[in-house]
Write a protein that binds this ligand. Structure first.
Ligand SMILES: Cc1cc2nc3c(=O)[nH]c(=O)nc-3n(C[C@H](O)[C@H](O)[C@H](O)COP(=O)(O)OP(=O)(O)OC[C@H]3O[C@@H](n4cnc5c(N)ncnc54)[C@H](O)[C@@H]3O)c2cc1C
Length: 576
């Protein structure tokens, strides 16, 4: 084991981690830990855009953006956080531009903007162009730009190093992390005054997902096992347009540029459900529209998918603005989007829930809002909460840069004012013992099989449409898989790039998060945003205008409610 001392450790080199790191670079001794080479982080896969009310192509205001965010999140959004998101988005996007991000441009040379689901003009009157974009490679451009800035500012990157544990002092201060180098199997203890968790989401717990293999929620599950709460886990977003059977995302930008969803009769059915926003209603709703069409027998060929029609778009628009996603359709489905409709179905996409934080990224210890000294979170692994019950498209990238930036600035002050807390004795022991046990087991349960069963049951019983019967079955299956996992065994016993071991660990993290997700979903006896229950079809503000906070206490899970911050927009029925 080797020991290292930093002011701060940032775990995760996606948009959130890198934005945090850039605030601190050169001003504090920091390290960025990532299980992937940084540009391979999931942020690089983001396609459609980043929201900011620049008003470059038509009138827009940050207050409209805030309203759309709150309404899109079915009023579960904390409105003080939404105000910061919408207001600071403008500045943060210009900051990216000044770092050199190659946005698409208007003829006048301004950052071009396009439509996206749920973004409206004048508090809901109709679509507005708010998404700033770089073709359909916005995330790729963001991650390249931020990574280059990191290199330029001499940030220490600890690539291909896997987070195994988060450390706390006797007084409950976060004091570092334990990692394992993937290339060698060597353990490292990184002693720090502050730790940022920016490890992204956990879509891989579902069978059909847009998330890459690395989206397994490690950084949420590890502190959760140590008693740190998770919030609003039941809100998991299904994006309406994943490639049929594969889940690979076709960005909402396709509908923003004029793409239309059609059923087996060729009908543009979204207009029937959302007369104003039509295909650009928020994702939770459009996913349910598809579910209803399929249930009514209007799926294509009687199956569980519909068509995304781009054939009426000028071919030059497709080539210039949607090049990558239309290539996905050609490559993976052998469909030419210029002349043929693309088969699509909802795909597990985004975790609205995660580690609860305050407005500066400090992780909360409980539903009363007490913070855990030294522990921060940002990005998809965090829940601040700006997305509430349903995130709007292009609001994740802006969340990363706005709250990554705020957290980085706060961490900088914090590490300036604090000394290193004392670490526990043998800090790497629990992580090492867990791994030794798995490696030493001569035979046992297979992690890949456990993961597959988890993905199947989560997809069948806890996805776009839920009810108590199905979720109880899912909970029983997850409990039995968690039991099986106690006896998990791997074949590769080596230290060098042991993907067998990595995948087994990731599977364990997803099992714990799936359990928390189902517990929250069962408790929430209402339908709101992405959480739609056939046994409780209405939103219930009198009982459930509240966040759920789930905490591990020994073998038990404790669920409490945290009030939603309402500052400006009183909850109303969502109509689009
Ligand atoms: C296909 C697709 C398209 C999208 N398009 C858009 C869009 O157009 N606009 C928008 O706003 N949002 C979009 N999103 C959502 C958005 O891209 C993500 O929510 C966001 O990029 C997450 O960023 P992050 O920094 O939180 O995490 P990520 O970018 O996922 O980074 C996570 C980091 O954590 C590291 N990590 C994880 N576990 C460990 C561990 N155990 N040890 C060490 N390191 C670890 C990883 O190596 C990685 O560096 C899209 C998502 C997908 C899947």
């Amino acid at each position: 084991m080797s020991y290292h001392r930093y002011d701060a450790v940032i775990v995760g080199a996606g948009g959130a981690g890198l934005m945090t790191a850039i605030q601190m670079a050169g001003k504090a001794n920091i390290a960025v830990v990532s299980k992937l080479y940084p540009p391979r982080s999931h942020t690089g896969a983001a396609q459609g855009g980043v929201a900011a009310a620049l008003g470059n192509t038509e009138e827009d205001h940050w207050e409209w953006h805030m309203f759309d965010t709150v309404k899109g999140g079915d009023y579960l959004v904390d409105q003080d956080a939404a105000a910061i998101l919408a207001r600071d988005a403008i500045d943060a996007v210009y900051e990216l531009e000044h770092m050199g991000l190659p946005f698409n441009r208007t003829p006048d040379g301004l950052i071009d903007q396009r439509r996206f689901g749920g973004h409206s003009r004048n508090f809901g009157e109709g679509p507005v162009r708010r998404a700033c974009y770089a073709a359909d490679r916005t995330g790729h451009m963001i991650i390249q730009t931020l990574y280059q800035q990191g290199i330029k500012h001499n940030v220490t990157f600890r690539d291909e190093e896997f987070l195994l544990d988060v450390l706390f002092s006797e007084n409950g201060e976060c004091c570092g992390v334990v990692t394992r180098e993937l290339t060698t199997g060597e353990y490292h203890v990184l002693h720090a005054k502050a730790v940022m968790i920016a490890t992204g989401g956990f879509g891989r717990m579902f069978k059909i997902t847009s998330n890459a293999m690395a989206g397994t929620g490690d950084g949420v599950a590890i502190p959760y096992r140590r008693g740190v709460p998770v919030m609003d886990m039941e809100f998991y977003q299904f994006h309406p347009t994943g490639l049929y059977k594969l889940g690979i995302l076709l960005s909402e930008a396709a509908r923003g540029e004029g793409g239309i969803l059609r059923n087996n009769e060729g009908e543009a059915f979204a207009a029937r459900y959302a007369p104003t926003m039509k295909d650009l209603a928020p994702r939770d709703m459009v996913s349910r529209f598809i579910y209803e069409e399929v249930k009514a027998g209007r799926g294509i060929d009687g199956k569980d998918y519909v068509h995304l029609d781009l054939t009426h778009l000028p071919p030059e628009v497709i080539d210039a603005k949607l090049p990558d996603i239309t290539d996905f359709a050609r490559t993976y489905l052998n469909v030419e989007p210029k002349t043929q409709p693309v088969p699509i179905q909802p795909t597990a996409h985004y975790a609205m829930g995660g580690l609860p934080t305050d407005l500066d990224g400090r992780v909360l210890a409980d539903a009363s809002g007490n913070v855990i000294p030294g522990l921060y979170a940002a990005g998809e692994s965090a829940c601040v909460s700006v997305h509430g019950a349903n995130r709007l498209g292009t609001n994740s990238l802006v969340d990363l840069i706005v709250f990554g930036r705020r957290a980085g600035r706060h961490m900088l002050k914090f590490v300036d004012d604090t000394s290193h807390p004392t670490m526990p004795a043998n800090p790497d022991r629990p992580a090492r013992e867990e791994i030794d046990e798995i490696v030493a087991r001569p035979s046992g349960e297979n992690a890949a099989e456990i993961r597959e069963r988890l993905q199947d049951v989560m997809m069948d019983k806890v996805s776009v449409v839920r009810n108590a019967g199905g979720m109880n079955e899912a909970l029983a299956e997850v409990e039995s898989l968690r039991n099986a996992y106690k006896n998990v065994a791997i074949q590769d016993k080596g230290n060098i790039f042991n993907t067998d071991l990595t995948e087994a660990l990731e599977c364990g993290y997803m099992l714990d998060l799936a359990e928390a997700l189902i517990i929250g979903a069962l408790a929430r006896e209402e339908s709101r945003g992405a959480h739609y229950r056939t046994d409780f079809e209405k939103r219930d503000d009198s009982n459930w205008l509240a966040h759920t906070v789930v905490k591990m206490k020994g073998d038990k899970l404790e669920l409490t409610k945290k009030p939603v911050t309402v500052t400006t927009f009183e909850p109303k029925e969502r109509v689009y």
